[in-house]
Design a protein around this ligand. Structure first.
Ligand code: BGC
Length: 741
């Protein structure tokens, strides 16, 4: 058995050019001026809040209004004017040069910087955010954000739009690949660390889509109904945790409604929770086109209208301030939130400096994250890891000869050289799958030079089965393309791929399925194949990472950040809400759906909590993932005072590895909860035979209930059952934490 990691040799087959455009920002000011004379707010010794207030004291009403809206759709809509001075990102707010305030140039960057092709720039495609969450590695999440931050800076942007932390309530949601799964602690921690990484590069960061934008079907018209206790303990807890970690510059409010009000004019969500309870200091920017009013939105907490052609926060807001409908103090607060975030992030003192993005470093980082994110779901008869040999391997489907799949919509990153599966000049088209040039076939061949590898595109299951029959091993690549603005109608793999896998498995007992999916899928064929590997959308280093996993140079360590249901019937909403009565085959565009209420009767029971409370056995449970070695857990103890848990993990197998240890709590009976909650986790790296003692702090909010009368978190006195183990369904250790009244 090989040890767990080989040194990687980079081999990029492309070169690229960066065109430095004429888009000059207004970065002169604080960098060049003498802070003590002309612009006292340039003094870095002052706090961001003090500096912001000093600037506001010098601003005219028009300048304040200019800061609270963008300048239109720009590059996002063919034909829309592109504002002078913009850096060709999704959003732009012109700065105020006379005061030394730079432009805000925002770029979509959920999984890498979007629309690089537009300016002949290069951007690293990272694994999907959901994939990164499967690493359960806050360090990998920070690195992820750091890659995005440094590439944004190199391209002249000073704000990232990303940081999706909507909980996976709907496994068919088209944007799950941009989010971090179904658990508030895991998602909140990973997205918080990711956005902290962005900020570490002096690029303003963002958390979105606040809140409850959990599906794309009807996203502009769906009115979510969920009681406040459950909301605070589920979806908003993910935001609460991520905001506490990331200290975001911006929070993007979402398209949907909550309890009758659009999220971008929702007093409860924006003023009561986000700004008051969560003490969010940055500004609330609308999702693109999610503003619906002037006075109501301004009073209820929206600070900036994006992209800003809706005419709510320009002349109409100025008039509302002059009329006294929106107090000047509120406008000042909006501007203060933007300015203090600019000072706090360092975009005034250390504006971006254009350089050439380093694609080699980006790819290496992406590969590292991918290696931690790939989840081994099934490994019968130890079919994996593969041994290099003069065997014949059939590779089938998903353009595995040339590339790996990426997710679509506003998270789409442009592939270097164009779509590897269908090279064409220019950027990508909305809703069209794009493959990145990271070839599984080449990388598998490189691992096993004597093997004969043959590829079938899988379009004809009979031809694919025949190739499989004449090979000693068949690897079927199955995919599910997902994108913003559309959900998958089912959990099934699209395009007849279930039948393809069945045909191949029937032809060759040594069949391994590699999944490139946006989120959970059903697997009716799971008992007929020997291996299943979930690699998500694995990013530009995906094929190298996969080959390392398949051949055991990297021992798989990823674990599922979301439950994989057997079928739709197991879900709280067997049909995607809003799609009821729509014949299958209709285009699933969010715009086709009429307004509707979506009641989350399942409350805070999202994902594994739902499965436990309703006593259902999923296909693969939350937190599950196999390794080429084995681990044993022992000796659990809790400290009632510090609320820590202590246990030992030992590597009992033949290969070094990293185990993701998970701790769950079940609250005292007074909480009336029929499910457990993830309360702590840690990656534990272990050599063969090694044992490590692990001490973890139970996250205080995962021990608490939200009391709506008192509007606060409360720790109930009583006995808490604490369990630890390798997944939500495998917790061999058990003890009790006592909380005294
Ligand atoms: C998406 C946002 C995105 C924005 C700008 C919207 O359609 O929901 O996530 O940041 O567009 O591209």
């Amino acid at each position: 058995m090989p040890s767990c990691r080989l040194f990687q040799v980079l081999s990029l087959s492309f070169v690229f050019a960066v065109i430095v455009t004429s888009s000059l920002d207004s970065r002169a000011a604080c960098v060049q001026d003498d802070p003590n004379t002309t612009k006292p707010w340039c003094n870095k010794a002052l706090s961001a809040d003090e500096r912001a207030d000093m600037v506001i004291g010098q601003m005219t009403l028009d300048e304040k209004i200019q800061m609270v809206h963008g300048t239109g759709w720009g590059v996002l809509r063919p034909g829309a004017p592109i504002p002078a001075g913009s850096n060709f990102g999704a959003g732009f707010m012109p700065g105020i040069p006379r005061l030394g305030i730079p432009n805000i140039d925002l770029a979509d960057s959920a999984v890498g910087v979007r629309m690089a092709a537009y300016q002949s720039r290069y951007a690293t495609l990272l694994p999907s955010a959901l994939g990164a969450a499967a690493s359960w590695d806050p360090g990998a999440a920070f690195l992820y954000g750091d890659v995005i931050g440094r590439e944004l800076r190199a391209q002249g942007f000073n704000m990232s739009i990303g940081g999706g932390v909507d909980l996976m309530r709907e496994p068919r949601n088209g944007r799950n690949f941009e989010y971090a799964g179904e658990d508030p602690l895991l998602a909140g921690t990973m997205v918080g660390m990711l956005e902290k990484g962005v900020l570490s590069e002096h690029v303003m960061n963002d958390i979105k889509h606040y809140a409850l934008n959990d599906q794309e079907t009807g996203r502009n018209v769906v009115n979510v109904l969920l009681d406040k206790k459950a909301l605070r303990e589920s979806d908003l807890l993910a935001f609460e945790i991520s905001i506490a970690i990331a200290d975001p510059s911006g929070v993007m409010c979402s398209y949907n409604l909550y309890e009758g009000d659009h999220a971008c004019e929702n007093d409860y969500l924006l003023n009561q929770v986000l700004k008051k309870d969560l003490k969010f200091k940055g500004w609330v920017l609308s999702d693109w086109g999610a503003t619906h009013s002037t006075v109501k939105a301004a009073i209820n907490g929206l600070d900036q209208d994006m992209p800003g052609d809706d005419n709510y926060f320009s002349a109409p807001l100025k008039k509302s301030v002059e009329d006294g409908q929106v107090p000047m103090s509120r406008l000042n607060d909006m501007v203060h939130r933007i300015l203090r975030s600019m000072f706090a992030a360092g975009v005034v003192d250390e504006p971006p400096i254009r350089t050439v993005v380093d694609p080699f470093r980006g790819r290496e980082d992406a590969q590292h994250i991918a290696e931690e994110s790939i989840v081994l779901l099934k490994n019968s008869g130890q079919i994996l890891p593969l041994k290099p040999s003069a065997t014949t391997i059939a590779l089938i489907g998903s353009h595995a000869d040339v590339g790996v799949l990426s997710g679509g919509g506003s998270a789409q990153v442009d592939a270097p050289g164009g779509n590897a599966a269908n090279p064409q000049p220019g950027g990508s088209k909305w809703g069209q799958p794009v493959y990145f040039p990271s070839s599984p076939m080449k990388n598998i061949q490189a691992k096993s030079p004597q093997a004969t590898i043959k590829y079938s595109d899988g379009a004809d299951p009979t031809a694919a089965a025949s190739l499989a029959r004449s090979s000693s091993l068949a690897i079927v690549f199955a995919n599910q393309f997902m994108s913003e603005s559309m959900d998958s109608p089912t959990l099934s793999l699209p395009n007849n791929q279930d039948a393809l896998i069945e045909a191949v498995a029937a032809a060759n007992p040594n069949t391994v399925v590699v999944l490139e999916t946006g989120g959970p899928v059903s697997m009716p064929w799971v008992d007929h194949v020997k291996g299943v590997v979930e690699m998500w959308y694995p990013g530009i280093g995906g094929a190298q990472a996969l080959a390392n996993i398949l051949f055991g140079d990297v021992n798989p360590s990823g674990k599922l950040p979301a439950t994989f249901a057997r079928n739709e019937v197991q879900l709280p909403h067997p049909i995607v809400p809003g799609l009821e009565g729509i014949p299958p085959g209709e285009p699933l565009r969010e715009r086709n759906v009429k307004p509707f209420d979506l009641t989350y009767n399942e409350g805070a029971k999202v994902g594994y909590k739902w499965f436990e409370a309703t006593n259902k056995q999923p296909l693969f449970p939350f937190g599950f993932g196999l390794s080429y070695t084995s681990y044993a857990y022992s000796d659990i103890a809790v400290d009632d005072t510090y609320r820590t848990v202590h246990f030992t993990v030992r590597n009992t197998g033949q290969c070094a590895g990293t185990e993701i240890a998970q701790v769950y709590v079940t609250l005292p009976s007074a909480a009336k909860e029929d499910y457990k909650r993830l309360a702590a986790f840690q990656r534990v790296k272990l050599a063969v035979g090694e044992s490590k003692d692990v001490t973890l702090t139970l996250h205080p909010l995962t021990l608490s209930v939200f009391n709506t009368q008192q509007n606060g978190w409360r720790l109930l006195p009583g006995d808490y059952t604490v369990t630890a183990g390798s997944s939500s369904a495998d917790t061999p250790l058990k003890t009790t934490l006592h909380v005294r009244p």
